[in-house]
Each structure stands twice: as structure tokens, then as C-alpha cells.
Ligand binder design. Structure first.
Ligand code: G4P
Length: 542
């Protein structure tokens, strides 16, 4: 090819990359269990024609009360591979929904997934309002300034007053809301939704098969047509409430939403497929395309020619005989191509992937090319750990997949001395997958497992036995929190004293970072007071 044709081909490739990036929306739906995340996901897929009937998306939640049912855990693992990424096309937009586990014991998995999304939709149950899990997840989104849309679900049921919910969302979630739809009645009296964004009324019939485009344009809220549609009383209530709503809450402003400073609110009923089309249409209109991401050397833009990405999730094979795993890579920039060698930065080695998987509605397929914003699944025989960066050659690492202090801690012991090699290999690989965190005590080398939920201890024991043929036992240890230690001068008298007094409570995490395992909130407080220059963090990145 001559130089002119080369430049021409390069420009075409760049244009194609720009176009592909612009039409991608990568997001997660987060909710407290039972708020309707699975139902909403399913309805969003129905709109894209990605699935044909309701009930096709399996719930990834662990059945209530099944905390020690191992078959249930395996079933959950199987489903979550299939639904890890649900990708489909809607009105020319490539939608990538990243699934997050509903069970609170897997919260850390959700936090990591949030590092790979460009926005989120939060589902809230109209009767229950803001629940505990929602608060925690939204806090992580707020910290990262991820744009959020709120969907208040189950309007077909009796629930709380819209303004009551707005107050709660603002107070408990610390969000600044801008209502983009408003309910007309509720529960038994639910008549429909006024869509502030599109300025039309969608009447509720309770029939989930109702024509999704069946909305009535109402350009003037004072028009008598509204009285005819919903009845005089409901129409007047709507007018009053809208006036109040528009008076109190700021108008929608896209830049503020994108900056994570303003959060639009929608109402609907996912089960009845009501208000979902409005949500989706607004979402594809306003939600951000793939965003730039900070690495340890520079800010990387999605439309850069060269590929880069990071591993945010690792999934072990369901078949214990084959220990290969699937590493989920979020493409931050450029295109990922099959059989092209990429640099595994941490290991400083080039790796080619002959069968990268892309994800579609509910299946994965080998693809030749994927674009920034997409997720690729790479078969891995133990090269990857969560947080690893892949590039086309540039040496840099993506930041921002921190570990949080676990909530539960136990010593882990080898219960079968003949299988110690298997045990340590198993522990190491499960930690790489992010199932739990491992701390090694400095003074005696004993290993402590820290988890977000009690369920993980059973998962680890079960998987060590079934996948690695190793047996472990646990022993209680009294630890309240793990804190990562930051100190400017390790030679200072203050640090030396800290290290001497707290010697029995100092450990290393999997990456060799120093951690202080505080046995109570009181100890933690006293330590902070006594050693003001030894900074203790609940997150591994600071
Ligand atoms: P999750 O993934 O957030 O945990 O919630 P999921 O979608 O599984 O929904 C939890 C329950 O709420 C389900 O009922 C679901 O049918 C119901 N639901 C979801 N959206 C709506 C809605 O708009 N209106 C009403 N009335 N119910 C809704 P379930 O009885 O627990 O399960 P199932 O037997 O119906 O599947």
C-alpha cells in the first residue's frame, strides 16, 4: 500500500472506531435484592428483541435461606457466567449490561463491576424505599462520580408517596434528584405516568403486552384531554404535584447528570413492562458513551488507536476438571483483536488470545474484534489477577480496583497435610478470582481469610475440596477491620513504636502491602490517636 492509501485506511479505521464508541452504553443495574433488578433487565432485553419472552433471564440471586446449600452456590455460579454481560442492540445503540450479584455477601464483586461501567440505573421498590444494599452501592457510585438514573419500581402496588421517596433518596443516598416522570395515582388507583422528559402520558392497563409505543401526547398539562384520560380528580392532583415538583427540584441538565451531580428519577412497573420504554429511550439519549480512564501514567481516551483494558472479574470454570478461567476485560481504548499479541503489563509478557469471547443477550461467542466500552472474556490458565492491565505495548496500569476491608475474618488451616500444595494453589487462585482476601501475619506466618459475607467461607471450603482436592478448616480470630497502613517515614520513631507494639496484628495482603488488623473499634480509635502519622485506610488504594 502506498502512503496515501495507508493514511486513507487509517482515517477510515479511526472514523469507524469513533462511531462504534459513540454508540456504546455500558452500565449496571443495582438494587437491594427483590427490588426488581432481574425483572427490569429482562424487560430491557425484550425491547431490544434480544429475548423473545419473559422469564428468559434467570435470576442470579441465591434463594433465600440457602446460605449453606452448595448446589445453590454452583447453580448461581453457572447462571452468573451466562448473565455476566448482557449485550444487545436497541435503536442502533450497542447496550452492554453488566450483571451484579444481588446477594450482599458478594458485594465486593459488585464494587469491582462498578469500575467497568460508565453509568448505572438504581432500582428502588416504591413500597420499601431506599434499602441498606442500595445505600452502600450508591455510595460507591457517588465516590466514583458515576452518572446515576433512579427507577422507582412496582407502581402497580400500594407504595409510598413520590415526594416522600424523593426526600428519602436525597437524605439517605445523598443524591440531588430531578424527576423526569411522575406517577398518576398508585397501587389500586394507578392510572399511568406523566413523562416529563417526553411530555406525554402513558396510561396503565395492567397488560404487559400493551403496545409499547402506545403513549398519548399531552403538550399542555392544562388541556381538558388529560381530565378525560385519567379523570378530573387525578388530573388535578397530577397538575398540583407537577407544579410542586417542578418548583422544588432542578430542571434536568445533561452535564450535571454526566458529572454525577444530578440524578433523573423515573417511575414504572418492570413486571408490567410499564415505564420501561421511557426509561430506556431516555437512557440511550443521555447516558454516557465509554469514558476516559486514569492509569498510573496518564489519562487514556477511548478513541485512542491502541488497545488497552483491564481485568475486573475472573470466573472459574464450572467444570472442576478443567481449571481454566474466564477473565473479563473492559476495553478502555482502541479495539481488541483476536490473535493479536498484547502486553500483560504486570507479567511483562506478550499474550495472544485465539478465542476471545464477546457476550450477547445470553450467550458468548468468539469474535474477531471488539471496541472500547465492550467487555471481552479471555480464557486464562492462571495468568490474570483482578486489576491486571493489558496494552498494545505501553507500560501503564489502570488504577481503581481497590480492596475494601472485609467484615469477617478466620484463620485458615490445612486439614489434609498430604495436600498442602493443592491447598495453597487453590487459595491463591480463589483469591485471584476475588472470592475473598488473604492476609499473612508477619509474626508467625499464619494465614487469615477475610470476607465480605459469611457465605464465602463455605464457598471457599467447598471449592477447595471439589476443584483442588484440598481440605481446609477454619479457626476463629477476633478482628474488627483490616486497615492498609500508610506511613511517610518507616524510619521514624513513631512508626517503629507502632510496629513494635502492634507486631502481632500486622500482616501482608496478597500484594505484599502492609495491613493492620484491628481487633476492635476501640483499638482502632486508640491506634489512630496514638500514632497520628501512621495513616490507616479501610481501602487498599488511597
Ligand atoms: P431482584 O433481581 O432485584 O432481586 O428482583 P426480581 O426482579 O427478581 O423481583 C423480585 C420480585 O418482585 C419478583 O417476585 C418480581 O416478580 C417482583 N416484581 C418485579 N417488578 C415488579 C413490579 O413492577 N410489580 C410487582 N407487583 N412486582 C414486581 P417474586 O414473587 O419474588 O418472584 P417471581 O416468582 O414473580 O419470579
Amino acid at each position: 500500500m502506498d502512503i496515501k492509501s495507508c493514511i486513507f485506511a487509517g482515517n477510515i479505521a479511526k472514523m469507524k472506531l469513533d462511531q462504534e464508541i459513540k454508540r456504546r452504553r455500558t452500565f449496571a443495574i443495582i438494587a437491594h435484592p427483590d427490588a426488581g433488578k432481574t425483572t427490569l433487565t429482562e424487560k430491557l432485553l425484550l425491547f431490544g428483541g434480544a429475548i423473545q419472552e419473559a422469564g428468559a433471564v434467570k435470576s442470579n440471586k441465591i434463594t433465600k435461606g440457602a446460605t449453606s446449600d452448595f448446589m445453590e452456590i454452583e447453580r448461581q455460579r453457572g447462571i452468573s457466567v451466562a448473565t455476566s454481560v448482557l449485550a444487545y442492540e436497541y435503536k442502533g445503540i450497542k447496550i452492554n449490561i453488566l450483571d451484579t450479584p444481588g446477594h450482599k455477601d458478594f458485594a465486593e464483586d459488585t464494587y469491582r463491576t462498578l469500575t467497568a461501567v460508565d453509568s448505572v440505573i438504581v432500582v428502588i421498590d416504591v413500597a420499601k424505599g431506599v434499602e441498606e444494599q442500595t445505600e452502600k452501592l450508591v455510595e460507591v457510585c457517588r465516590m466514583r462520580k458515576i452518572p446515576i438514573i433512579v427507577f422507582i419500581n412496582k407502581l402497580d402496588r400500594e407504595g409510598r408517596d413520590a415526594f416522600d421517596l424523593y426526600d428519602e433518596i436525597e437524605q439517605k443516598l445523598h443524591l440531588k434528584i430531578t424527576p423526569l416522570s411522575h406517577p398518576i395515582g398508585m397501587g389500586y388507583d394507578f392510572k399511568g405516568i406523566y413523562n416529563i422528559w417526553e411530555k406525554n402520558v402513558n396510561l396503565f392497563t395492567g397488560d404487559p403486552r400493551k403496545d409499547i409505543e402506545d403513549t398519548i401526547e399531552i403538550n399542555d398539562i392544562d388541556s381538558p384531554e388529560l381530565d378525560e384520560l385519567v379523570g378530573k380528580q387525578a388530573a388535578n392532583t397530577l397538575r398540583d404535584e407537577l407544579e410542586l415538583s417542578l418548583g422544588v427540584y432542578p430542571e434536568f441538565d445533561k452535564d450535571s447528570y454526566l458529572a454525577g451531580e444530578l440524578q433523573p428519577v423515573f417511575f414504572g412497573s418492570a413486571l408490567n413492562n410499564f415505564g420501561v420504554r421511557e426509561l430506556l429511550d431516555c437512557f440511550i439519549d443521555i447516558a454516557p458513551e465509554p469514558q476516559s480512564k486514569e492509569s498510573d501514567t496518564r489519562l487514556v481516551k477511548p478513541n485512542e488507536k491502541e488497545f488497552s483494558g483491564f481485568v475486573f472479574k475472573i470466573h472459574a470454570n464450572m467444570d472442576p476438571k478443567h481449571r481454566d478461567r474466564l477473565a473479563f476485560v473492559k476495553i478502555v481504548s482502541g479495539t481488541f483483536e483476536r490473535n493479536k499479541p498484547y502486553l500483560h503489563v504486570r507479567q511483562d509478557k506478550k499474550i495472544k488470545f485465539s478465542s476471545p469471547n464477546a457476550f450477547f443477550a445470553e450467550k458468548k461467542e468468539v469474535v474477531d474484534i471488539s471496541f472500547a466500552g465492550d467487555i471481552v472474556g479471555l480464557h486464562d490458565t492462571g495468568n490474570f489477577i483482578i486489576g491486571d492491565t493489558l496494552t498494545e505495548g505501553e507500560v501503564m496500569n489502570y488504577k481503581g480496583i481497590p480492596n475494601f476491608s472485609p467484615e469477617f475474618f478466620k484463620y485458615i488451616n490445612n486439614a489434609d497435610p498430604m495436600k498442602s500444595k493443592q491447598l495453597y494453589k487453590g487459595i491463591e487462585q480463589l483469591m485471584d478470582e476475588g472470592v475473598a482476601q488473604l492476609f499473612t501475619l508477619d509474626f508467625n506466618g499464619r494465614k487469615v481469610i477475610g470476607t465480605v459475607g459469611a457465605l464465602q467461607f463455605d464457598v471457599i471450603q467447598y471449592r477447595l475440596e471439589h476443584e483442588y482436592g484440598a481440605k481446609c478448616s477454619y479457626e476463629n480470630i477476633n478482628i474488627h477491620k483490616a486497615c492498609w497502613v500508610e506511613v511517610a517515614d518507616k524510619k521514624s520513631e513513631e512508626y517503629k513504636d507502632f510496629a513494635r507494639v502492634k507486631a502481632r496484628y500486622l500482616a501482608k495482603d496478597k500484594h505484599g502491602r502492609e495491613v493492620f488488623l484491628a481487633d476492635s473499634a476501640f483499638t482502632l480509635q486508640m491506634t489512630q490517636q496514638n500514632y497520628p502519622n501512621v495513616k490507616l485506610h479501610f481501602v487498599s488504594e488511597f
